[in-house]
Write a protein that binds this ligand. Structure first.
Ligand code: SAH
Length: 507
């Protein structure tokens, strides 16, 4: 018997732009055991979730209620009664045409604890991203949000065109694409001026945002000509005229680009941040997860005998993190590294070392195993021993090279890498719809894991997107795995990778 009752967070995830998720919503997603989500949710938010969160897509396609509301209600009840934390994730705000009210009522009736987390509604945000302030002292003094699609089967319309045509405030219609002609005709018929400015914003706040501006008279035709589809909001009123001057979005050198970033889940995500800063949309695809070694016997022995080594080699940030974390756990003082030389591959690795107060004695110019080996052979004296603090799946190239040069070494598994497939179906969907501009790879192991997770049968999907690698080794692995590599960064760093993405976007 489970006596613990769960909780349901009915939350709004905003209109699409990742940055418009509220801090509170982000918090709830982080806490959730189960994520019940709708269509139109930006998949990037899922990277906040726990690695073992359960995902339930109850997305309704237009005209096609994939999962009936009763079933959704039941799912929420069942999961909460199992004692789990449920995030019920909706687009925009949960109480603006989101049926959040109905769900809350069901939970309340059944004695389930719930919280409502408001979200930024598309009614306001899509307009803002099109440079339309929905209210403005000089233009209007009210805002009206109206459904353009009423409950099917209702005989009489809820929308009283007689009344709303007389409103001087801004009118915003949601779900109105199919009825746009009817809406505008009715408004004119009941007295709204046919010259009233009107705009339709498709996929507002996302990289695919499109805006069509016209008047009540011609907006419907313009929308058809441009092929605008749902989801879109229609804004009617004099404030729309400001759009011409105030439109500011999209901006940034990566605007309009959707980029899949493959990486380890725990990896510090400066790449993701940089891309977002430049206006691109990121889908994070963690291919591996970093886990602790299975046991610490060997690790602890090595740390207690650090004075046996003359060099320690770190090839990744995770290697550095894992190494010093264990030192802290064992309360081994940093001074036990006194006199030991440190080699690092990559600037990020060196930066991580500097965080613990260590300067690097050697870093190869070219971040490859070959260069590293060359340097070690040159720098290491006779009889000196080197410790390789790396992942369980680290390449054998370095150890074999050391062996053939008669250098004494010891391999230390600082962390393990485990396959992670949580984003597979999301990315598969985007690829199928041809909606991915770039896929980035920053290591050979991510290339291999990505292919394994996506599956050989899906390789064909990758031919329509550009693959960009951080350096020649990663690129070589990608090519050997049958991928077509579009570009390699000139500088083998995250910044170099971002520069390359910008360059390709400007082509
Ligand atoms: N709760 C949501 C609205 C759900 S109803 C909110 O507060 O935004 C679904 C309708 O919302 C769509 O038909 C469309 O009119 C609108 N919509 C949702 N996301 C949108 C977006 N990114 N751009 C434009 N319209 C959007």
């Amino acid at each position: 018997m489970i006596d613990k009752k769960g909780i349901v967070y009915i939350l709004g995830a905003g209109p699409g732009d990742y940055g418009l998720l509220t801090l509170k919503a982000a918090d709830c997603i982080r806490k959730a055991d189960v994520i019940v989500y709708d269509r139109l949710i930006n998949a990037s938010i899922f990277s906040l979730a726990k690695k073992d969160a359960e995902y339930i897509n109850v997305g309704k396609m237009p005209d096609h209620h994939a999962v009936p509301q009763e079933t959704i209600n039941q799912i929420l009840l069942d999961k909460a009664l199992e004692g789990r934390v449920v995030a019920r994730v909706k687009g925009g705000d949960p109480f603006i045409f989101g049926r959040g009210g109905e769900e809350a009522e069901v939970l309340q009736k059944n004695g389930i604890e719930f919280e409502i987390v408001p979200g930024i509604t598309s009614a306001v945000a899509a307009a803002a991203y099109a440079g339309i302030p929905v209210t403005h002292r000089e233009y209007c003094s009210s805002l009206h949000i109206i459904t353009g699609h009423e409950k099917p089967g209702r005989d009489e319309s809820f929308i009283d065109y007689e009344v709303i045509s007389k409103l001087e405030g801004t009118l915003v219609f949601l779900m109105g694409m199919k009825n746009l002609d009817e809406i505008s005709t009715n408004l004119i018929k009941h007295g709204k001026k046919s010259t009233t400015p009107a705009a339709v914003i498709e996929r507002g706040t996302t990289i695919s945002q499109r805006v069509v501006v016209g008047t009540l008279e011609d907006i419907s035709k313009k929308v058809i000509d441009e092929g605008i589809k749902s989801p879109a909001v229609t804004v009617i009123g004099n404030v729309v005229a400001l759009s011409e001057r105030l439109n500011w979005f999209p901006k940034g050198k990566l605007k309009g680009k959707r980029i899949v970033v493959t990486r380890a889940r725990e990896q510090a995500s400066s790449l993701v941040e940089e891309i977002r800063k430049l206006g691109g949309d990121v889908i994070e695809f963690p291919t591996i997860r970093i886990e602790e070694p299975l046991d610490y016997q060997h690790f602890d022995r090595v740390l207690r005998d650090l004075n046996t080594y003359k060099w320690v080699v770190f090839t990744s940030v995770n290697g550095v993190k894992g190494f010093f974390k264990r030192m802290r756990t064992l309360k081994i003082d940093i001074r036990s590294l006194a006199g030991i030389h440190i080699a690092a591959v990559g600037e990020a690795t060196a930066m991580e070392l500097s965080e613990v107060g260590l300067n690097v004695d050697y870093m190869p110019d070219d971040y490859t195993t070959k260069e590293l080996l060359k340097g070690l052979v040159e720098l290491m004296g006779k009889g000196e021993k080197v410790l390789l603090a790396r992942a369980d799946i680290a390449s054998k190239e370095l150890s074999e090279g050391l062996k053939s040069n008669d250098i004494d070494f010891e391999e230390l598994t600082v962390y393990r890498t485990v396959m992670e497939a949580s984003m597979k179906s999301t990315v598969e969907d985007y690829l199928k719809q041809n909606k991915v501009d770039f896929i980035t790879f920053a290591s050979s192991s991510t290339v291999k894991n990505f292919i394994e997770i996506l599956g050989k049968e899906n390789m064909e999907l990758l031919s329509k997107t550009k693959i960009v690698c951080i350096g020649p080794v990663t690129s070589q692995t990608a090519k050997e795995s049958g991928l077509f590599v579009s570009a390699v960064a000139d500088k083998y760093t995250i910044d170099g990778l971002v520069d390359k993405l910008v360059e390709l976007s400007e082509e």
